[in-house]
Design a protein around this ligand. Structure first.
Ligand code: EPZ
Length: 417
């Protein structure tokens, strides 16, 4: 099994290009199910999760072209097999995003329950409740959701909590429903807005995306479209946190600075000098960062997907930081691994107290989930000596060419057997 070997203690310098956003590309690929016309996408990141989604859609009968230089074309001329099987769904929870579009297009779907993962139980009750409100019949048998709907009808859906893929699933379903759907307490994440942009290009009538109330007026059919996926704001934040921790001066190109405001604010508080211009972010960090306390929250708050990376930076900061995780119930697994590198972290409920230390020592550690792995990479970049990170298939799910990009910034990092 591949490992990442990092020799820490080097400054980062140079320019890195941000890839397309994983969490925008995945729901947008599912939008192809809503039309029999081709959907042509640009700036799709080359990632394990994108390949998994391509396989899942192809199994249903969607023609998925080869991904060339960020371009991929999908066409669901007809959907022979509206099924998402456990084998693929268990490797990627975002597979649940096919449920809404399959119901809207075919009137039936059989989708495996995603099951939990390292960071939490991750139920999909809001997805199910919303689709039922739109007239779907959904039963759960032997780990599968069996869903049918003659034709979905528009509904007013007040969601009990903010859910990103829940909002996306219902928005996808509502595009072809009879009448108007109002999603209240909707997620405001930029990936939801990017999906709405793509759907509007396909002829959907959507307004309010980016706010807590999204209105979708159903239409009879959608056409194909061309769409460029937004830059990945979590990949952006990860590189910014790496520079804030390791020191140096880096420019990020093809970025969307307006989508990483909370992360930029936290890193400026840590002492990083950050300037933004159009699609460019420049960060400079001299010496140790200052400790920064955060509480994760739905967008535009501090993102839960950046919590682990900021914890890694706080491990070598001057002072004490309190990191409170409010979105997932078990998202401190990386703390146990960071402690192996010499970090001083104590967990009290959903708050981690991080006392910064002057030096971390390299060690062998194990990745447990996607963003936990990213935090171990950040820590490895600053630790003295060699850090060996095992189970890096987690990283490959969500970071395109990570070691090539970091090596390009001067890091001593390599993939070893
Ligand atoms: C999306 O997951 C992202 N994944 C996650 O990114 C991200 O951490 C999360 O949103 C929060 O921002 C994709 O977009 C593919 P939620 P999602 O539904 O939609 C509870 C990464 O690292 N909930 O917003 O699954 C849930 O348990 C991944 O790229 C219900 O109770 O997250 C959680 O506590 C990790 N019932 C909270 O809501 C539901 O029906 C927020 O989850 C749905 C969610």
């Amino acid at each position: 099994m591949d490992k990442l070997q990092i020799i820490g203690g080097r400054l980062l310098a140079g320019e890195v290009r941000v890839s397309g956003a994983k969490n925008a590309a995945l729901p947008i690929m599912c939008a192809s199910l809503l039309t029999d016309q081709p959907l042509a996408l640009d700036n799709v990141p080359s990632l394990m999760d994108v390949r998994t989604m391509s396989k899942l859609l192809a199994q249903m009968g969607v023609e998925v072209g080869d991904q060339e230089g960020g371009r991929v074309q999908l066409q669901a001329a007809n959907i022979a097999n509206p099924v998402a099987g456990y084998e693929l769904v268990k490797t990627m929870r975002a597979s649940v995003l096919v449920l809404g579009p399959l119901l809207a297009r075919c009137g039936r779907a059989k989708v495996s329950l995603p099951g939990g993962c390292a960071i939490g139980a991750r139920p999909v009750d809001q997805h199910v409740r919303g689709l039922q409100a739109m007239g779907a019949e959904i039963t759960v048998e032997q780990g599968y959701m069996h869903a049918t709907a003659k034709r979905l009808r528009g509904a007013r859906i007040a969601m009990d909590l903010v859910t990103v893929t829940g909002t996306e699933n219902l928005m996808l379903a509502a595009c072809l429903a009879e009448g108007t759907t109002l999603l209240e307490n909707a997620a405001r994440e930029p990936e939801v807005v990017d999906l709405a942009h793509c759907l509007r290009a396909m002829g959907a009538k959507i307004e309010g995306d980016g706010s807590q109330a999204i209105r979708i007026q159903g239409v009879n059919a959608l056409s194909g479209a061309r769409h460029r996926v937004m830059p990945d704001r979590i990949e952006t934040g990860t590189y910014l946190a790496a520079v804030a921790a390791a020191g140096g001066k880096v420019r990020l190109s093809a970025a969307a600075p307006e989508t990483v405001a909370a992360t930029i604010q936290a890193l400026r508080e840590a002492g990083a000098k950050i300037s933004c211009r159009a699609d460019m972010i420049e960060i400079e960090m001299d010496g140790r960062p200052g400790s920064v306390s955060v509480t994760t929250a739905p967008y535009p708050g501090f993102p839960t997907d950046m919590q682990a990376q900021l914890m890694a930076m706080n491990c070598v900061a001057r002072g004490k930081a309190e990191i409170t995780e409010t979105i997932f119930e078990n998202r401190f697994m990386h703390a146990l691994e960071l402690q192996r590198l010499g970090a001083d972290i104590s967990i009290q409920g959903n708050t981690a107290v991080v006392q910064g230390v002057a030096r971390l020592q390299g060690a062998s550690v194990m990745a447990t989930d996607l963003r936990a792995s990213a935090s171990l990479v950040v820590a490895g970049l600053v630790a003295q000596g060699e850090t060996l990170i095992d189970r890096i298939y987690h990283l490959d799910r969500g970071y395109e060419a990570l070691e090539r990009k970091l090596a390009g910034l001067g890091a001593k990092i390599a993939r070893v057997r």
